[in-house]
Ligand binder design. Structure first.
Ligand code: URA
Ligand code: CA
Length: 439
């Protein structure tokens, strides 16, 4: 089988079979197929798309390109969640402990921040002592004892995605629904969970810019999961503005700790999305039968402090100092040289935000990486004071920046000003949750 014939078949809109997809993808991983042929194939997929069957096969082949995790020694249904990437989205650190406190089993492998979006691993590492690289048997042991562990993806999970993602990044082929779906799902499925709740973000801070595109991606991922024997559901949520008020690493851990300490109103968007995700995780775990019942159970775990206790135990089991998982102590990790308030340039209503620009501003302060090798400053980032729909004035800060390194401060402030749209009329409220996608 010649690689050029496989590329040609896709170029002309044909449907590839398993042998053809294996030849191409496994050949690429083994460095027998060169970058330029795979780049041509990826561009053909961008233009021609893939059928559901092809996408499921691609996912399956990618998933088996390296190691897979077997969670079957752990009792019960292992449930995972995944967000397609947002700004100020610290739901994992809220939902995972709450679900564990309700009797769920959360064995999660997480990722680092990509571009303007934050990653759970970087947030966890802002707590002194935490080691996100745990051997698999230790990971399983923590889950067995605590119902919960969130660690880094181990060395050889889905090498096909590492290579493909890097190539897509430099060939303008990230934005393809089957390529995103296979990338996300191959990693989730390789990590071994029986059930997965996906949070597909839509808006200016997300890969998917329209609700229709997000629904298509969500539905495809749910079907791939089902095809490969896992229970999957997706929620589609807004990412036109940061989900929480904090954007950064220690700052987001602080927000999660505040939520789990009952210090954040239960109708805040971050709490609402967390409860919704958690309720579906409990439903897929057969612990509750309705969304309402799930939310109620999670709220009890929040109000009783049981969720906070789960997070504290997990941090301790991963070598971290659990004393910081406390609303009074976590502040110490957010100490910076300087806090800078940013004011709107005119009075009116905040009618729009661009989450991507806010994420990039936080990244410029050192909270995220521009290049893979960049070091993160765990204390820096920003706290938003206004949400879309709020009245704003030039007298009142719109956000507070937490700054150590001032070298990109002016640029960051400029981006924040660009992120705001201010109108004279009060805007219509935008939905937070657009849809729930089941099989
Ligand atoms: N996240 C992933 O893991 N892969 C993609 O292709 C896009 C977002
Ligand atoms: Ca919030």
């Amino acid at each position: 089988m010649r690689i050029v014939d496989i590329i040609e078949k896709k170029r002309d809109g044909g449907e590839l079979n398993r042998e053809e997809i294996k030849e191409l993808i496994l050949g690429y991983v083994q460095e027998q197929v060169p970058d330029y042929q795979v780049a041509a194939f990826l561009m053909a997929v961008v233009f021609r798309g893939m059928t559901d069957r092809e996408t499921a096969i691609l996912t399956d082949v990618m998933m088996h390109s390296g190691d897979t995790v077997d969670l079957s020694p752990l009792p019960g249904i292992k449930v995972d969640k995944h967000s397609t990437g947002g700004v100020g989205d610290t739901t994992t650190l809220i939902v995972a402990p709450l679900v564990a406190a309700c009797g769920g089993t959360v064995a999660k492998m997480s990722g680092r921040g990509l571009g303007h979006t934050g990653g759970t691993l970087d947030k966890l590492e802002s707590i002194p002592g935490v080691n996100i690289e745990q051997p698999l048997d230790r990971f399983m042991d923590i889950v067995r004892k605590n119902g919960l562990a969130v660690i880094g993806q181990s060395g050889n999970l889905v090498p096909a995605d590492k290579k493909l993602y890097a190539l897509r990044d430099v060939t303008a082929t990230i934005g393809s629904t089957p390529l995103i779906a296979s990338s996300v799902m191959s990693k989730k499925l390789a990590a071994g969970a029986d059930a997965i709740v996906l949070d597909v973000k839509v808006g200016s801070g997300a890969f998917m810019r329209t609700v229709e595109d997000a629904k298509r991606l969500a539905s495809l991922m749910v079907r791939i999961g089902a095809h490969l024997g896992r229970r999957c559901e997706a929620i589609i949520t807004d990412m036109n503005q940061p989900l929480g008020l904090a954007v950064g690493n220690a700052l987001e851990v602080q927000e999660a700790v505040n939520v789990l300490s009952g210090l954040v109103p239960e109708d805040e968007p971050l709490v609402e999305v967390s409860l919704l995700l958690g309720a579906h995780m409990l439903m897929l775990s057969n612990i509750v039968s309705t969304e309402e019942e799930g939310k109620e159970k999670l709220l009890q775990a929040l109000r009783s402090g049981a969720g906070l206790m789960k997070l504290r135990r997990m941090i301790e089991a991963m070598g971290g100092d659990p004393a910081y998982i406390d609303a009074n102590r976590i502040k110490e990790l957010c100490q910076v040289r300087k806090q800078v308030k940013v004011y709107p340039l005119q009075d009116g209503y905040l009618s729009g935000l661009v989450a991507e620009k806010i994420g990039i501003a936080s990244q410029m302060l050192g909270a995220g990486r521009a290049k893979k090798e960049d070091r993160i400053d765990p204390a820096v980032g920003l706290i938003m004071h206004k949400r879309v729909g709020d009245p704003v004035s030039v007298q009142e800060p719109f956000c507070t920046l937490y700054v150590n390194d001032e070298s990109h401060l002016e640029e960051a402030i400029e981006l924040l000003h660009e992120s705001m749209t201010i109108s004279t009329d009060k805007p219509e409220p935008a939905p937070l949750v657009y849809a729930i996608v089941k099989e």
